[in-house]
Write a protein that binds this ligand. Sequence first.
Ligand code: ARG
Length: 456
Amino acid sequence: MKKAWGGRFSKTPEQWIEEFGASISFDQELVMEDIEGSIAHVKMLGKTNIISPEESEKIVAGLLNLKEKAQAGELEYSVSEEDIHLNLEKMLTDDIGPVGGKLHTGRSRNDQVATDMHLYLKKQVQIIKGHIKELQAALVGQAQENVDTVLPGYTHLQRAQPISFAHHLLAYFWMLQRDYERFDESTKRIDVSPLGASALAGTTFPIDRHYTAEQLGFAAVYENSMDAVSDRDFIVEFLSNSALTITHLSRLAEEIILWSSREFSFIELDDTYATGSSIMPQKKNPDMAELIRGKTGRVVGNLVGMLTTLKGLPLTYNKDMQEDKEGMFDTVHTLTGSLKIFAGMIATMTVKKEVMEEAVHQDFSNATELADYLATKGIPFREAHEIVGKLVLTCINKNCYLLDLSIHELKEACPNIEEDVYEVLSPRQAVKRRNSYGGTGFEQVKFQLEKAKQLL
Ligand code: ARG
């Protein structure tokens, strides 16, 4: 098969080598962006009289026809045309004749592919932002139902202090808010047009880069043609933002998995998000949460892969850069799917409030309350800490909890303790009294919830 670049060659590559070098199997995902970019370019060629307005119109019509076919899934790609750019150009000339060959005037696949990727990511980031908001809304929905659901908060995965479940869920809301903002802020760097940089050095044709940028809805154009075709920072940044977002999902996934274990029993997932075992009839496995935790590996891998590909690449375009696509597509699909699943999983999970409440009565997560109580009675905090530590040890030896100690036993440890200590030791009180700004106190959580809702 004759190549678009075949003039200088006396033989064509063997088929398996051709296949190895081709990107059409995956870059066909850019078909719409490629057509869109070509339409803008060819309109500009007509407007600037680089080609005649009639020729321009003819090519635009041909491209619109290809767009329709693409939408209907009717395009047939061929490996011998290497990539999406050459495939479409071939289809165009087959359809409208040699005038189709004028499309590539003043353009190179180098600025073309970069343009496609910018257009593609701009669109995808917008979609991902929407999915982040949906997950945030699901978290807010559950938080709203669970402001006064009390459970142990953990450090070192050891029970630490009682908290409101809403507070725990909202911690993820704020994490995701930062992710959202990172994606949002990155748009500024995606929203730049490389089109017209041509191969690397610009072109002798009197093109109008601002016009094509405007046609494509870009906010700016690259100032340097060499930077325009070499830059993949916007992809690295996208992969990095995605890696961090899915890392956050992975942390929540881990909690969901723990909480739905028999040992915790804090939540039950809706059947849709779980699967059974082929051998153990009793099983209900939190598969989706596990899978998302697992998929974090490939998303982080895609980031590391891209950085490694770019390291040591001289300017400008190098074929290495064809490796920028699969990881990016994979991250887009993986993250989008994970966010969608997570939103549903959170919205539909059953929170076992009684189990949480029971847990918080069977631990020492109110020990800080007692130490704080002694401190307010004038005992230096370090001393109070020591006294309470000893009381905890007494309880462990007696197989009971702080609330089970008699006032006599408590006074023996420290005479400053009064009857009012029992009120202070109640886990619900412990939560309620943590009303410092951003704390887990019910009033603070309600305040926080209002702020979160305003961001939805
Ligand atoms: N398929 C190529 C890629 O994805 C398109 C750009 C090719 N440019 C070139 N000069 N070979 O990177």
